[in-house]
Design a protein around this ligand. Structure first.
Ligand code: HXC
Ligand code: NAP
Length: 284
């Protein structure tokens, strides 16, 4: 069940990087249900083939090609192949990412390069390749970048990811203005906590860490892939045509929970509030 017309994305060709797993797969599934034709890349051919089989078994159109977004040559070949296959592309979702928790001082320069390469350079290469094509063909299009809430706030223990996602957010806002005259629209989604194998195994590999993450969220639950996919479908659709350069947070209020100075008072019991009230009323 979804709230959209089944023709919302009819015949739109949507490129989703990292679309064979996790949130990328969930977005691709909904896009296809709404009439889109998919072009998906990732590094692992087996994961791509497995995802493609599922789409095709539902009669949905999908093109898959192995591509490491850190390599501009592979990115260029992938985009060329999408155009050879479909003759067009309408929407680009930069979703591929790499991440893991670590104290920053434990990182090697190769670890830093790996995350910056996937998230910042990979997004930039894909954006350049597709953007140049759209400009050359005078073809309007929409780019959706998946960032994180800490792209805006920063976060310890995931510093390469935080720096790279902040860069992607800056790219989103910059091109929203620069490429608007070409009819190219930019939007971003900042997800909070969404259980996926990729994220869970690298960011919260123990039940305790998972619990800790859930406890930070005012709703005391993580988001579902479907909730994220619904937001993505709206943002890439023509109904969001006037939204440009914005990042939409979908985190159950998690980052605000951390930001509000007095939010920790949610731990205070009714009895303690009675005592506190008698003290604070004396303050007048
Ligand atoms: C410290 C690590 C490490 C770790 C790898 N490295 N994992 N260092 N702690 N846990 C180091 C390696 O030792 C190596 O450095 C360097 O990083 C590159 O490692 P490789 O394994 O050679 O890299 P590669 O095969 O390219 O794999 C990239 C990867 C991997 C990022 C390390 O995890 C991956 O493929 N990830 C893709 C999927 C993913 O990460 N999904 C989660 C997205 S979730 P040396 O010096 O030893 O050579 C997300 C959510 C954000 O982004 C918000 C959550 C709330
Ligand atoms: P995921 O399943 O691990 O997704 C990452 C995808 O990126 C995989 O399909 C992976 O495929 C692909 N990828 C990684 N490196 C690549 C490379 N070099 N070239 C091409 N593809 C590459 O994790 P996810 O949780 O769904 O994450 C999806 C997006 O949501 C990411 O941008 C992530 O930062 C963002 N996000 C997730 C959460 C969350 O809680 N899950 C929160 C905030 C933001 P291969 O391994 O086959 O290459």
């Amino acid at each position: 069940m979804n709230p959209f017309s089944p023709e919302l994305l009819k015949d739109k060709v949507v490129i989703v990087t990292g679309g064979a797993t996790g949130l990328g797969q969930a977005m691709s599934e909904l896009f296809a249900e709404l009439g889109a034709k998919l072009a998906i890349c990732g590094r692992r051919q087996a994961a791509l083939d497995q995802a493609a089989e599922v789409f095709r078994s539902k009669g949905q159109e999908v093109y898959v090609q192995s591509c490491d977004v850190r390599d501009p040559v592979q990115v260029s070949e992938f985009v060329k192949a999408v155009y050879s296959h479909y003759g067009r592309a309408d929407i680009l979702v930069n979703n591929a990412a790499g991440n893991f928790i670590s104290p920053t001082e434990r990182l090697s320069h190769r670890a830093v390069d790996s995350i910056l390469g996937i998230v910042l350079h990979g997004t930039f290469y894909m954006t350049l390749e597709v953007g140049k094509k759209w400009i050359e063909l005078s073809h309007p299009g929409t780019m959706l970048n998946i960032v994180t809430t800490y792209a805006s706030t920063g976060s310890g223990y995931v510093t390469p990811s935080a720096a790279a996602k902040a860069g992607v957010l800056a790219l989103t806002r910059s091109l929203a203005v620069e490429w608007a005259p070409y009819g190219i629209r930019q939007v971003a989604i900042a997800p909070g906590s969404f259980p996926t194998d990729g994220a869970d195994s690298r960011l919260s590999p123990t039940p305790e860490l998972q619990q800790q993450l859930r406890e930070r969220i005012p709703f005391k639950r993580a988001g579902s892939k479907e909730e994220l996919a619904h937001l993505a479908a709206f943002l890439v659709s023509d109904y969001a045509a006037f939204i440009n350069g914005e990042v939409i947070t979908i985190d159950g209020g998690e980052w605000l929970q951390g930001a509000g100075q007095f939010n920790g008072l949610s731990e205070v019991t009714h009895e303690q509030w009675d005592q506190l009230a008698s003290m604070t009323r004396k303050g007048k």
